[in-house]
Design a protein around this ligand. Structure first.
Ligand SMILES: CCCCCCCCCCCCCCCC(=O)SCCNC(=O)CCNC(=O)[C@H](O)C(C)(C)COP(=O)(O)OP(=O)(O)OC[C@H]1O[C@@H](n2cnc3c(N)ncnc32)[C@H](O)[C@@H]1OP(=O)(O)O
Length: 173
């Protein structure tokens, strides 16, 4: 049986660098105080020049609540020489489990993210991030993932996460 897989986001459409045109500033009490244009805002993983940073495409399976990300981390993402920076890996894990949570639950934010780094990821290698929704409890969505080599022989990282659906009754965020 074929499984519907929908392309969520990938380079090659428009500039490939989505813009966020306004920013809602908040005071110390987290209440919105001002709406200002911020033309330089970019989705973080799309903020580096093509080929140098986060090169990825995501696919979402609406039936199984799974999101898969194919990632190649470019030379600007180096940590230990020759390998991806852990923060870059965390960024793409957060983005992938986040996409899974957003497409399942709507407006959510990461409340908790736990990552086990098992093996270093060689710079410029292609890896697969497999994420899946594990359960929903009220406003809480639990999503887990692993990061593997394309041939699935190497497990690079594993992560669990908690996303919380934004409560429209609360002013923040
Ligand atoms: C084609 C379609 C395109 C779609 C287009 C997509 C756009 C592209 C998206 C890409 C994906 C980006 C993925 C990046 C996503 C970020 O990186 S988000 C940025 C990082 N996260 C943050 O900054 C969040 C900061 N934290 C907060 O704002 C608030 O703490 C939260 C998370 C909104 C929760 O606040 P709240 O609504 O007041 O929640 P609260 O009532 O306190 O708690 C609700 C429940 O959650 C539990 N909880 C809350 N926090 C925690 C915690 N840290 N640990 C454990 N339990 C917790 C509570 O115990 C409570 O449990 P129950 O009592 O219900 O059992």
């Amino acid at each position: 049986m074929s499984i519907p897989i929908n392309l969520v986001r990938g380079r090659g459409v428009g500039s490939g660098r989505p813009r966020q045109d306004s920013l809602c500033l908040r005071g110390a009490d987290s209440k919105p105080v001002k709406e200002e244009p911020l033309s330089q805002a970019r989705l973080f993983p799309r903020s580096l020049e093509e080929g140098l940073g986060f090169e990825y495409a995501m696919f979402h399976n609406q039936v199984e609540n799974r999101t898969v990300c194919i990632l190649q981390g470019g030379p600007y993402l180096q940590g230990i020489p020759g390998f991806l920076h852990g923060g870059a890996i965390a960024t793409m894990i957060d983005s992938t489990v986040g996409m899974c949570a957003v497409l399942t639950g709507g407006a959510v934010m990461t409340a908790n993210l736990n990552i086990n780094f098992r093996r270093p990821i060689p710079l410029c290698s292609v890896v697969v991030i497999n994420s899946q929704l594990d359960k929903i409890e009220g406003r809480k969505l639990f999503v887990s993932c692993n990061v593997q080599s394309l041939d699935e022989k190497t497990l690079y990282s594993e992560a669990t996460s908690l996303f919380v659906k934004l409560d429209p009754k609360k002013t923040s965020p």
